[in-house]
Design a binder for this molecule. Sequence first.
Ligand code: HEM
Ligand SMILES: *[C@@H]1O[C@H](CO)[C@@H](O)[C@H](O)[C@H]1NC(C)=O
Ligand SMILES: *[C@@H]1O[C@H](CO)[C@@H](O)[C@H](O)[C@H]1NC(C)=O
Ligand SMILES: *[C@@H]1O[C@H](CO)[C@@H](O)[C@H](O)[C@H]1NC(C)=O
Length: 337
Amino acid sequence: MAAAAAATPSKVPILTAALALLVLAMACDASPYYPLELGYYRYKCPQAESIVKAVMEKAVAQNPGNGAAAIRMLFHDCFVEGCDASVLLDPTPFSPTPEKLSPPNDPSLRGFELIDAIKSALEAACPGVVSCADIIAFAARDASCLLSHGRVSFDMPAGRRDGTFSNASEPLKFLVPSTSNLSTLVSSFVAKGMSAEDLVVLSGAHTVGRSHCSSFVPDRLAVPSDISPGLAGFLRGKCPANTTTSTDDPTVVQDVVTPNDMDNQYYKNVLSRTVLFTSDAQLLTSPETAKMVLDNAKIPGWWEDRFKKAMVKMASIDVKTGYQGQVRNNCRAINHY
Ligand code: HEM
Ligand SMILES: *[C@@H]1O[C@H](CO)[C@@H](O)[C@H](O)[C@H]1NC(C)=O
Ligand SMILES: *[C@@H]1O[C@H](CO)[C@@H](O)[C@H](O)[C@H]1NC(C)=O
Ligand SMILES: *[C@@H]1O[C@H](CO)[C@@H](O)[C@H](O)[C@H]1NC(C)=O
């Protein structure tokens, strides 16, 4: 006891110094002090979220594919360099091959003009305030709500800043092909702090939108696969038999049952082998993920609850906040000050 009491006074300055260092370390690392927050634009641009929603409502009413585009855009943004809108940057002489020219994005990723339209509406209301990364996150949230007729409705925290680096080699490292097996799919999610359940739940986004024939013909139609004979016959009627020799690459809907509805039909399709990709079919190859598919298919509201949370989680991957990055004036180009 005496020894402990004697030691205390000399420890005080050490503790104080340690505390000061800790505070300093936290102050220098911007992220702990600038988490994403709900209502981030409440004072900076009160109309921000309603402007995004208005543009999305019009765009989705015009073509539900615009909603699918925004949802896939969030995935392809967040898994590469974090959710920082790096996927939107156009080529320049200094950066001739940005992410958007990489095979996972080119030519299948769409929605760039949609994001431009939202950005210009926001710039008219609040110049230089709303980041392109937040626009993608809000647009994906609104798309989910609109395509689900309000059943997948959730709040999206904001405060993301836009990145300044984009390179075509990066998407190939983090967006695995649809020919992947379950362990590759899970690993690609775990590498981003996402779980196997997040993979199962977010794959449910394949309940809307489309696919090019070239994304599934080689591994699902041109060779024996577990795809249902009915769907295979339908797809053979729409797709060239050999997409490597054909220049013609049509698109088909992801969910043949309810193509424009954000619902749990995807999981019913997985169970009936009525899905396009190997990556979709692979969800049945482990007991754990197969159980999740079953729960999502059978229990009302189960998938919707999980999808909302998983979208918010995905939208927080490696975000730049506070003094990191910038708020681009044009989503296609970095600002030069
Ligand atoms: C790791 C698993 C995934 C793989 C392998 C994968 C693969 C694909 C492929 C190949 C397409 C078709 C592209 C085309 O040919 O046009 C597609 C479309 C789509 N994906 Fe995924 N995807 C995955 C996960 C996700 C996630 C996590 C989301 C979002 C939460 C998502 C949302 C979508 C949407 C909405 C479409 C339709 C896009 C449109 O209509 O333009 N996918 N996906
Ligand atoms: C950018 O991508 C190109 C093409 O994928 C690659 O050759 C180059 O090394 C990359 N540059 C950087 C800085 O990562
Ligand atoms: C999954 O695919 C990876 C990469 O192609 C391969 O290395 C691995 O052995 C495969 N795993 C299983 C379980 O098939
Ligand atoms: C598709 O065409 C390529 C090039 O002619 C050929 O090598 C390949 O075997 C063909 N694949 C099928 C499934 O017919």
